[in-house]
Design a protein around this ligand. Sequence first.
Ligand code: HEC
Length: 119
Amino acid sequence: MVRLEPGSTTSQVTIYMKTVLAVTFTLLASSTAFADGDAAAGKAKAATCIACHGADGKGIAPTYPNLAGQNAPYMVAQLQAFKSGERKGAQSAIMAPMAAGLSDQDMKDLSAFYSEMGK
Ligand code: HEC
């Protein structure tokens, strides 16, 4: 964070004000979140996911599904099914531990993030 001192230059003041504005907008954005998912929050939570589903939402291997543009409610339902163990078979054993640590809000945020990708 930039600190203002007596004698700060105009550009220092500008940077300071921009920082204050950026923080304000970030807080406003997160306070409107949500019964639904928040894509920005999802992006921040997707660090592990992109290892397999790609930074662009395209699976890194043919057996790893593409998530870019997928429907959010569908993805939330799948994540819940992996977590509960209801979705079995295929490569679900890879995905189940990933879903195990996600809260309902995490699932919504991550699904919002991937569903908006590539649109
Ligand atoms: C180690 C690799 C790996 C990681 C990390 C990973 N996944 Fe997956 N994911 C998979 C595989 C493999 C499948 C396909 C599972 C199957 O065959 O049933 C899958 C399936 C899914 C599906 C279902 C897609 C569909 O079309 O049905 C969703 C949604 C999903 N992953 C979201 C995530 C999210 C969100 C994260 C991060 C929290 C994540 N994955 C992390 C490998 C991974």
